[in-house]
Design a protein around this ligand. Structure first.
Ligand code: FPP
Length: 254
């Protein structure tokens, strides 16, 4: 159950896009667009902060309840993101993986997901998992159905089935922005022993320095996983003052 503090898995609920926009008298979709810029910045910092897996909550299954115009904007952003990032993923050795349902997504988005997953499957620096039409309860139910008949080690099989990867995918640190303190049906199984970090900052305003604060806070915590012994702490990671990753390659820029 112990995690490797050198390579941590961070999950982020990117909340507060709508409020960020409303505070500026902008339509809500402007907040989501600004949120995409933030996620690009945060992905760049991952190697420097020794994050090997990053899972982002882009669209929950409950988000289908939003007005159709907002759903369309979010789908357009996801479409644009998937069609523009592959070079960047390849140059930075990033493996992309989508989690969540695919049977209700527009067909072209499913095809894009499959293509980006295929093209980036050898990425080893960072596994970027984006949750789209995702509900943790639904995933748990599906995984349970899948393993019910044919598995001796149901804990491990369930975990693998949920993560959609060959190995188990426990989250070390869950971050939620914008002041809300809920899990909202996100990675309920994988967050069983996660450290939780809540910040009042709206997602579009979240910077590399804020990520550094969250990671430093995480590294200062005692993790006992139910035992009396805390996991060995490593010295804090040495990070650039601005948190920018000088080695990150912007696609097309030499
Ligand atoms: C929560 O803010 C955020 C979302 C529902 C969507 C997050 C999506 C993105 C950042 C962009 C799309 C993602 C990718 C990977 C291209 P909210 O709208 O609930 O904010 P509010 O609580 O202030 O209304």
């Amino acid at each position: 159950m112990q995690s490797n503090l050198r390579n941590i898995h961070i999950a982020i609920i990117m909340d507060g896009n709508g409020r960020w926009a409303q505070k500026r008298n902008l339509p809500r979709f402007k907040g989501h667009s600004a949120g995409v810029s933030t996620l690009r910045t945060i992905i760049q910092c991952c190697p420097e902060f020794q994050i090997s897996t990053l899972t982002l909550y882009a669209f929950s299954s409950d988000n289908w309840k939003r007005p159709q115009t907002e759903i369309s904007h979010l789908m357009d952003l996801i479409r644009l993101y998937l069609s523009s990032e592959t070079d960047c993923f390849l140059e930075n050795n990033i493996r992309f993986k989508a989690i969540g349902r695919r049977d209700r997504l527009p067909e072209d988005i499913v095809k894009l997901i499959e293509k980006v997953e295929h093209d980036t499957q050898c990425g080893e620096q960072l596994t970027l998992r984006v949750a789209i039409d995702y509900s943790s309860r639904y995933e748990i139910l599906q995984a349970a159905k899948n393993i019910l008949d044919n598995s001796n080690d149901s804990h491990s099989a369930l975990s693998k089935s949920l993560s959609g990867v060959e190995k188990e995918c426990d989250v070390d640190l869950l971050i939620r922005t914008s002041g809300e303190k809920r899990l909202s049906d996100f990675l309920l199984w994988e967050c069983a022993y996660s450290e939780l970090y809540f910040t009042n900052i709206d997602w579009p305003d979240f910077t590399s320095k804020d990520l550094r604060d969250a990671v430093e806070d995480f590294r200062s915590r005692d993790r006992r996983f139910g035992s009396l012994e805390a996991e060995t702490k490593l010295p804090p990671v040495v990070m650039n003052a601005d948190g920018n990753n000088k080695n990150y390659k912007i696609a097309g820029v030499k």
